[in-house]
Design a protein around this ligand. Structure first.
Ligand SMILES: CC(C)(COP(=O)(O)OP(=O)(O)OC[C@H]1O[C@@H](n2cnc3c(N)ncnc32)[C@H](O)[C@@H]1OP(=O)(O)O)[C@@H](O)C(=O)NCCC(=O)NCCS
Length: 157
């Protein structure tokens, strides 16, 4: 069954609830927290940060942040880069991650995107199998932090 989600803007009314989202402690090395993501978004406006809280009904379950149509530089891939994706530990394994990718793909395709890029930190329990199962493929590049680059071709979707 496909998980039902909505992407919701973050305001003063829900910011604290979204910051409270947490991955498993062992996953913290794979993804920065929501709070750190907000700091990065503020520090790098040229990276065109776009972020949303993810809700199931009235419950925040996840956070997603993209670079939305940036002008690529050697250190910033794009134009559409999946920068952060985290599903709270309590809600993982229920199809939310897949549903979020479905919704992000729908939105960026409507904006003219032909591919979605991401990268991941390799290691035990890393999200690579999740991305590969969805259809992302390695480009063969490794970024300056040692993270392999993955790309999802949207032209056939
Ligand atoms: C990776 C993540 C976003 C997946 O979200 P999710 O809601 O748990 O994923 P889904 O329930 O949609 O899972 C889809 C499939 O991927 C698999 N999967 C999910 N996370 C996985 C992982 N870390 N390793 C291997 N497989 C994984 C699921 O088992 C499922 O497989 P199935 O369809 O055969 O049952 C989530 O586990 C997470 O937030 N992890 C910690 C943070 C992280 O690593 N984020 C990515 C940073 S780039």
């Amino acid at each position: 069954m496909t998980a039902q989600i909505r992407l919701v803007e973050i305001t003063d009314a829900n910011r604290d609830a979204v910051i409270a989202l947490r991955v498993h402690p062992a996953q913290e090395k794979f993804v920065a927290s929501v709070e750190t993501s907000f700091r990065h978004a503020q520090a790098y406006p040229d990276a065109k940060p776009w972020f949303r809280a993810v809700y199931d009904g009235d419950t925040p379950v996840a956070f997603v942040m993209l670079s939305w149509n940036l002008v690529p530089r050697p250190e910033w891939r794009g134009p559409y880069f999946l920068w952060r994706l985290l599903v709270d530990a309590r809600f993982q394994g229920r199809g939310y991650g897949t549903a979020i990718l479905d919704e992000v793909v729908r939105l960026i395709r409507a904006d003219g995107a032909t591919e979605l890029i991401t990268s991941y930190m390799p290691g035990e329990g890393c999200p690579e199998p999740f991305y590969r199962a969805y259809g992302f493929e390695p480009t063969g590049e490794i970024d300056a932090e040692g993270e392999p680059i993955l790309a999802l071709d949207l032209t056939g979707r």
